[in-house]
Design a protein around this ligand. Sequence first.
Ligand code: M6R
Length: 621
Amino acid sequence: MCGIVGYVGTPGVRSHNALEMVVSGLRRLEYRGYDSAGVALVADAQLWTEKRAGKISNLVEALGGQEVPVSHTGIGHTRWATHGGPTDRNAHPHVSSDSRVAIIHNGIIENFAELREELRETGVVLTSETDSEVAAHLVAAVLPEVDGDLAEALRQVSRRLEGAFTLVAVDADRPDVIVGARRNSPLVVGIGENEAFLASDVAAFIEHTREAIELGQDQVVEVRATGVTVTDFAGNPAEVTPYTIDWDAAAAEKGGYDLFMLKEIAEQPRAVADTLRGRVGRDGRLALDDMRISDAEFREVRKIIVVACGTAFHAGLVAKYAIEHWTRIPCEVELASEFRYRDPIVDARTLVIAVSQSGETMDTLMAMRYAREQGARVLAICNTVGSTMPRESDAVLYTNAGPEIAVASTKAFLTQIVAAYLVGLYLAQVRGNMFGDEIRAIERELEEMPNRVDLVLDTVEGVRALARELADATSVLFIGRHVGFPVALEGALKLKELAYMHAEGFAAGELKHGPIALIEDGVPVVVVMPPKGGRQSLHGKILSNIQEVRARGARTIVIAEEGDESVVPFADHVIRIPPTPTLMQPLVATVPLQVFACEMATARGLDVDQPRNLAKSVTVE
Ligand code: M6R
């Protein structure tokens, strides 16, 4: 949600061109928001800015027609609008009235209204409708009182702000420094050779350096080409832990695919294998990473609560079936945005599992913080190393899926399920709920899954053709039972966010309690069929549900395993997946639904990787 880039290089080094660095960083962060974009450069003791509504290409076009001053210090922003529409005026950077300070912001300044009022009373004219602009004016007002110390000014202003914010500032009088402040929203420093970067995400600078420092909560960083100083908001020096980013720039490129989403769908077999890699020891026992919860504490757990949003929430819903089945511990799955507002019953014997690709989703972060305050132990299942959730958790299991750039989550979903299963098996192991050979058998099933996902990917051409055929549909319904229910929800979410189409997922048994009224002639209904050899009652029941919708005119699209001929008489289209045990089936059944949504959006001429109104990482509540 909003991408932020700052750059400071060494004067005279030709390759240290701030505009190029900032714009290339912005392009890599565009997935975070794409309502408007802008840059500010420090050159000849002046600020030079340009900003445009719309995608970064609009900004680049505007820059093309101008003589841009040579500069080695600059900042840039790509916006996901919260306060104020996506206009040129509301685009960042925002500049103080004296034209000396430019600021970019990610997050929401909750007390912005009173700060605007205060500024107005001192004669400041605000030129945008944003919450962010106040920060530029406030910093400019403080600067003379602190001898022009930009870091100190930002510290003082940060102490006055409420809400979530990453702020990055430049000052026309200080061409050798950029300063950033962080509360709740991410900010990472990249340390290059005689140059340095500040960004919301390492993707912005990965092609220049892999040495990074993640800023902590309530910290201010002063970044020069020669070094970095970090303090807390009070000015006390803060300890930093540099780390080396373990993926390279190519991982954040399309790698020959037309779309990031297509690449990420194709990467799923490898991603699942990487989630499993190294987790099963030579003795066959599971070992999870960053586990700061003791086995004794795991044995004491009486309740599990999964908190997550969107696709990650659906992964949690799948995991519930396995975790309860394997551990016999009650497991609730809660939308993170609802969790802390319902007075949940949480105590020291509650294990909260926060599931998040980005590790920055504000709703999930707030839910896990709340749970920790209530004494719960928190385990994060996360894809982004160094992000906030792993840092604030008692234990972490990384999904190791590599960067996910497309706004629609794909490989994150599969790997989150696998990671949550590993947690379930680990609990069953330490609590003695299952025998070692039972756990081993499930591990072997999991290890089979990359091959099975590969098999599905080999056969999705028919799904693509079907999506093109149905591209004019106005509504698509998805039904499933047991773990097939969250798969149905996920299929519907993909279609909504990519094809802007009415799509809903239902527990198949619920249809008759209302939603069946939606069925009319020709409405496509996608059915996730459980394995034939699984629980017979489940298979038989959903077979009846298919007949019920078909009898009312639905066009049935049935996802069923190879060899399940029972569905053929009732299916207008059958999508085949390899035979797989029930609990593993979401890992294969979801893949055709991802392809279906991607192709449907393409056929409708929509932007698959950057759907309207969305952003990859949702860092506001
Ligand atoms: O980064 P997170 O996994 O916490 O993100 C959660 C949701 O915002 C995310 O899954 C969203 O629903 C996706 N766009 C769905 O494809």
